[in-house]
Design a protein around this ligand. Structure first.
Ligand code: PLP
Length: 356
């Protein structure tokens, strides 16, 4: 055991690293976890028991508040290895800030910066050999916080657990997707929890997504809850259209998750002089633009894929085919630029990369 200053953090290293059993070129994403995890407990009005320990199961009470009333939020971010073998993490400060916004919305305590950022740094430092170096590979990082009161009573929990654990990810190839404009179900309504990365949002999206799969689609295009006339998100990604040279994407309202990829793409677009309109694209506007040939690009943006090109849009039983992915200069360029920045192949002039 050793102690690190500033952050009162206890580190218990594993005696049996599992790294040699894992093929980092083809890890089983989401099922293979690195040797260690960060854990902290909220009790008596403060965060305590901050420690890094061997990755392990946790035991829970049947009355655990989170599984009954859903106070559970998470984040998702990635780390990469550059050519020198150094570990780079993309915009973790943004995930830290967003997690605390989610916490406020779900009536949960916020996490101090030294625990989230300091703990993440220590964890990545300890498990640095788990970050895959292969072309296209990454280490997916999952911070999560949930209510831990063993109490069957409807009120905000008084205790919480915060964890950060990691899963190595192989080459992520995102084939162009076929999406369905959802006009029956809703992901988020005004005044709801759509802007929070809260567990329940994803549970509620599963049934409409399953129906879309059964109809042969890969993903749902979420529309506004009131009229289903405006496009808000694509599955669990933000979505952008380019019509007549202008990027159109829904603004950060309480029905749209404020994506860090979205924010980064828009910043690059503005630096490159590409016009951006932050307003909800109309379904009719998009269909019309496809029909008259002014729709040039459509893509989802998020940490998992960075850019997911949309090849087909289904709406009211009709399928609309979009331009060939090879003829989409902006989304291809911005994908390459972001990959180069994240992997340290291009200088980080914007302070987006945390080097471990
Ligand atoms: C996480 C998420 C996004 C994308 O956010 P990134 O920070 O870019 O990964 C977009 N929409 C939803 C609903 C999400 O859960």
């Amino acid at each position: 055991m050793e102690n690190t200053l500033a952050l009162d953090l206890t580190i218990e290293k594993t005696a049996h690293s599992r790294l040699s059993q894992v093929d980092l070129k083809q890890p089983i994403f989401g099922r293979t976890f690195t040797d260690h995890m960060l854990s902290a407990d909220y009790m008596g009005g403060k965060w305590t028991n901050v420690r890094i320990m061997p990755y392990q199961d946790i035991s829970i009470s049947p009355a655990l508040s989170a599984i009954h009333y859903g106070q559970s939020i998470f984040e998702g971010l990635k780390a990469y290895k550059n050519a020198e073998g150094e570990v780079l993490c993309f915009r973790p400060d943004e995930n830290f800030k967003r997690m605390n916004k989610s916490a406020v919305r779900m009536c949960m305590p916020t996490i101090p910066e030294e625990i989230f950022m300091g703990g993440l740094r220590e964890l990545l430092n300890l498990d640095r050999d788990w970050v895959p170096a292969g072309e296209g590979c990454s280490l997916y990082i999952r911070p999560v916080m949930f209510a831990t009161d063993a109490f069957i009573g409807l009120r905000p929990s008084e205790t919480y657990k915060f964890l950060i654990f990691c899963s190595p990810a192989g080459v992520y190839y995102s084939a162009p997707v076929k999406v369905k404009v959802e006009t029956r179900y809703t992901r988020a309504a005004e005044g709801g929890t759509g802007a929070a990365k809260a567990a329940g949002n994803y549970a509620a999206a599963m049934y409409p997504t399953k129906l879309a799969y059964q109809e042969g689609f890969d993903q749902v295009l979420w529309t506004d809850a009131k009229e289903h006339r405006y496009i808000e998100e694509a599955g669990s990604m933000n979505i952008m259209f380019i019509i007549n040279g202008t990027i159109i994407t829904a603004p950060e309202t309480d029905t749209v998750l404020p994506g860090i990829t979205r924010k980064s793409v828009l910043q690059l677009a503005r630096e490159w002089g590409v016009p951006v309109e932050e307003r909800k694209p109309g379904v009719a506007e998009v269909i019309q633009a496809i029909q008259n040939g002014t729709l040039q690009e459509a893509f989802g943006v998020g940490t998992a894929a960075t850019i997911a090109h949309i090849k087909t849009i289904g709406y009211e039983g009709q399928l609309y085919e979009l331009p060939d992915v090879a003829n989409r200069p902006f989304s291809n360029r911005v994908y390459q630029e972001l990959e180069d920045i994240k992997r340290g192949r291009k200088a980080d002039t914007r302070g987006w990369v945390m080097k471990i």
